[in-house]
Write a protein that binds this ligand. Sequence first.
Ligand code: GDP
Length: 442
Amino acid sequence: MFENLAEKLEGVFKRLKGRGRLDEENVKEALKEIRMALLEADVNFKVVKDFIEDVRSRAVGQDVLDSITPGQQIVKIVHDRLVELLGGTSSQLKFGHRFPAPIMLVGLQGCGKTTTSVKLARVLAKSGKRVGLVSADVYRPAAMEQLRVMGEKIGAPVIRADSSQSPVKICVEAVEEAKRRGYEVLILDTAGRLHIDTEMMEELKQIKSAVNPSEILFVADAMTGQDAVNVAAKFNELLGIDGVIMTKMDGDARGGAALSLKAVIGKPLKYVGVGEKIDALEVFHPERMASRILGMGDILSLVEKAQTVVDEKKARELEQRIRKNEFTLEDFKEQLLQIKKMGSLQDILGMIPGFSKIKSLKQAAPDERELFKIVAIIDSMTKKERNNYLIIDGRRRKRIALGSGTSVQDVNQLLKNYAEIKKMMKRFTSKGGMKALRRGNF
Ligand code: GDP
């Protein structure tokens, strides 16, 4: 997600960093580059224009604070503006006081609606809610079957529907059934079409008025870029939506749709789909996402994600160690193995501060063989070496390479990558710690 933009902005800020004073000329130059970066990320033209205007008026003439450089000040302004662009604060789903609270998922065919329904059921069930699912896609029996199979896989009950009935009747009856079964939430997976058509909209409107959903969520495919925003706008105009779930963010390096959405249609992005696996749905946090785009990494997200797999205590200990700069090679190995369990390796690594800068490891990351090599190398080290990599001299490197069936170059590469990660972590966790990071003060 957002890799291209992050890379471009990093370049802009690097050039600004050396400047001692913020004058109109260097602000203008930086803004030109930021503008290009946003346009290349496929952000809506008008949104870019407003964004740049706003940053300009905030930047020029502003007194440079004593403690930070002008470059850092621009980073801060861009960061704040980016947070606003992404929606400000993360938006919770509304459930109201009815049981069940119907949540209606709408969108075009292939956008990932069915997958997302099940992912959302899983997220809500994990938060302690009793959740049921139903498919109203009577036109594609395969879609109904897909929901049943996927729901079963995660243990979320799918209410059986008769495809000879009307979608409206299916939804109304499913709400009744969900009430009898005591579900707190009922997710309605509706039918999509390849394009917006009146019949589809009519059907959705009827479902809306029959069940009065607590939330209507538009499911948008991030890969379709600005089209996703246009279709969302149309759904909002014709049906009225409460928010958006953007799928396939993992396959979209630009992120323009996510960046334009709030400004164009005024509705928040609530969740993002980041992979095909059932656990690849995340609450969307504008603040954290802005930090990630600006290349500052996100220890919070990393720890939060880690907590769902590792037990909480372990994650807390890890966080403490990261903060105290005691992240050992053993932790590094543990993390790589945990990450593998979580599925989306690239994504997790992207959250480690500075990781996007470590190209060599990034390339090695998704490769299973490479991962096992790293594990083998670390396993061949003594406890002392794992706790203090600085003692690993040439002789030890040779021994480790031999023991792990790898080469000295492999050992060197691993130690280099580890040292770089450790350095980044130290940089972000020292001097005022996370607060400084959040202020964009690095
Ligand atoms: P529907 O027609 O809208 O119900 O779409 P489906 O749920 O059947 O999804 C269409 C395709 O998109 C499937 O192959 C899904 O695995 C895939 N998909 C859905 N969400 C994501 C996502 O967040 N990331 C990726 N990479 N693929 C996704």
